[in-house]
Design a binder for this molecule. Structure first.
Ligand code: NAD
Length: 246
């Protein structure tokens, strides 16, 4: 019960990595609010895990405020925020991504972290305690061609994590990131362009441990970084990548 009595929000937890993080957090004793724009999936994960859920678009300031208020109203506290919601774009020459897709990418992957910080940091400062975990990507460390703007959005997440960590450390707030390698989630086909044995083999060839990451891998790593076992760890962007970034 490494997260006993902790209250956590996990964004984008109606699917994939977020779902794995919620399962692990609940199993370790946390009270969890799933925040996702996909109501059906959020409700499905809540039903399966015993977590609660709220519809929220993390790129919308009012939704983010309502998400944080809901966690505090329902559970009476907030200790952990996991900024997991994110989107990709299909592999393509960097000059080809339409402007509206670029704007959407940055709103969901980048602006969401700013909006959530505006809501939770004053609360965490007041209680002199809090943990923020941002889900970045190996894309921010070792970019693959044809995913340029996704890669850059995750590079921003890593720098934001370090900047937030150094500024918030004196207030007792820890901020870390996870860098997953390509994972077995519905988002994977967006990165691969097409889900064929050939593209899978090409991706797997770059991962020394020889498999994709899983929601369970992310749940385990997130649990550690958000628990008091990681009390001295802040500002890291930890690879969960089977050695891909070596
Ligand atoms: P996924 O598509 O399986 O799940 C993402 C969830 O986020 C979905 O439930 C979706 O409804 C939700 N979401 C999307 N936009 C949202 C918004 N504006 N507001 C609220 N919810 C929103 O994806 P995943 O693979 O689990 O990805 C989770 C995170 O991990 C993302 O930040 C992604 O960039 C990152 N990541 C994924 C991979 C991978 O290969 N799957 C690799 C590295 C990093």
């Amino acid at each position: 019960m490494r997260l006993e009595a902790k209250v956590a929000i996990v964004t984008g937890a109606g699917s994939g990595f977020g779902e794995g993080i919620v399962k692990k957090f609940v199993a370790e004793g946390a009270k969890v609010l799933i925040a996702d724009r996909d109501e059906a999936n959020a409700a499905r994960v809540a039903e399966a895990t015993g977590a609660q859920w709220k519809r929220a678009d993390v790129s919308n300031a009012a939704d983010v405020r309502a998400m944080v208020d809901a966690a505090v109203e329902r559970f009476g506290a907030l200790d952990i925020l996991v900024n997991n919601a994110g989107i990709g774009h299909l592999p393509q020459p960097l000059e080809g991504l339409p402007e509206d897709e670029f704007d959407r990418l940055l709103a969901v992957n980048v602006k969401s972290i700013y909006l959530a910080a505006k809501e939770v940091v004053p609360r965490f400062k007041a209680q002199h305690r809090g943990v923020i975990l941002n889900i970045a990507s190996t894309a921010g460390v070792s970019p693959r061609p044809r995913l340029a703007w996704y890669n850059a959005s995750k590079g921003w997440v890593i720098t934001a994590t370090r900047a937030m960590a150094v500024e918030l450390a004196p207030f007792g707030i820890r901020v870390n990131a996870l860098n997953p390698v390509a994972g077995e989630t519905p988002l994977l086909k967006t990165f691969m362009g097409e889900d064929t044995p050939e593209t899978r083999a090409k991706f797997l060839a770059t991962i020394p441990l020889g498999r994709f990451s899983t929601p369970e891998d992310l749940g385990n790593a997130a649990c550690f970084l958000c628990s008091d076992e990681a009390a001295m760890i802040t500002g890291v962007a930890m690879e969960v990548d089977g050695g891909r970034c070596i």
